[in-house]
Write a protein that binds this ligand. Structure first.
Ligand SMILES: [Zn+2]
Length: 266
């Protein structure tokens, strides 16, 4: 009986505690004489150690299940340090928002220009013309792109939801790093603004994927049939994201966001 209460308390505590926790903002591990920055997190629902590259921050991310020790996790990353180093070195270049930079809109390259006048952002002759003070260019462009994403993606979601006969909740546009879209059990949807940079069939697929989740939560065979039905070209879009997704994460990111580094020696 006492045991039963304890188990219930444990379950409750687990439900109340955060899903992820950052253990180290940055640990540096050494690979071929160079430091590989690594962010270490714990995740409630992680079943195994996961190591991935975060192209937005030029660092590796190590996710540990709750029961794996920090020492074990760091040793895991350390064994793969050369692979991490190679992946980081092979990341596409960063393209900060500034005059002369090339930014795709709907997959079509546009040159960013600053125009010394008052007013808004205009798309003209293959250029994104940003008015206002030059020091505000990056900020203004980034705000505009988010608004543009909302303006163009929301109708796609609504049209597909209507076709499927499901109700969609609030649509939010965010700057997400690992997910292009997600949807809550209540039907609220979150989409990455960076999808406006990709060709339209890619954004169309992500919207179709999330709308399909309003009907089917998991990723089973029935789910994929539904997405294929809702999307313009699911296969082409998935292939495009696998190949170019990382590039999308490199736009509008200037200097590194890295925090304080801690050295790691095994
Ligand atoms: Zn999904």
């Amino acid at each position: 009986m006492f045991k039963g209460i304890r188990a219930r308390l444990k379950r409750l505590r687990r439900r109340l505690s955060p899903v992820t926790e950052t253990v180290f903002e940055t640990v540096n591990i050494e690979a071929s004489g160079r430091a590989v920055p690594l962010r270490v997190r714990r995740h409630r629902r992680a079943r195994r150690i996961v190591l991935r590259i975060d192209g937005a921050r030029d660092e590796a991310v190590l996710t540990l299940p709750w029961r794996v020790s920090l020492r074990e996790g760091l040793a895991f990353a350390h064994e793969r340090r050369d692979w991490l180093q190679a992946r980081l070195a092979g990341l596409p270049p960063r393209i900060p928002f500034g005059p002369g930079a090339i930014l795709p809109l709907g997959g079509i390259p546009h040159v960013i220009r600053h125009v010394p006048e008052r007013g808004v952002i205009r798309i003209e002759a293959g250029e994104i013309r940003v008015a206002g003070k030059p020091e505000h260019l990056a900020r203004r462009l980034s705000d505009w792109l988010k608004a543009e994403a909302k303006r163009t993606l929301a109708p796609v979601v609504e049209e597909k939801a209507l076709r499927l006969g499901v109700a969609v909740g609030k649509i939010t546009v965010r700057d997400t790093r690992t997910l292009w879209g997600s949807c809550s059990a209540r039907g609220d949807m979150s989409l990455c603004w960076r999808l406006v940079l990709a060709p339209p069939f890619v954004a169309d697929y992500v919207c179709a994927h999330e709308v399909a989740h309003l009907k089917i939560r998991g990723h089973g065979a029935r789910f994929w049939t539904l997405v294929e039905d809702l999307a313009e070209d699911m296969e082409a879009a998935r292939a495009w994201l696998a190949r170019h997704g990382e590039e999308l994460q490199r736009y509008g990111r200037g200097k590194s966001l890295r925090g304080r580094a801690v050295e790691f020696r095994p």
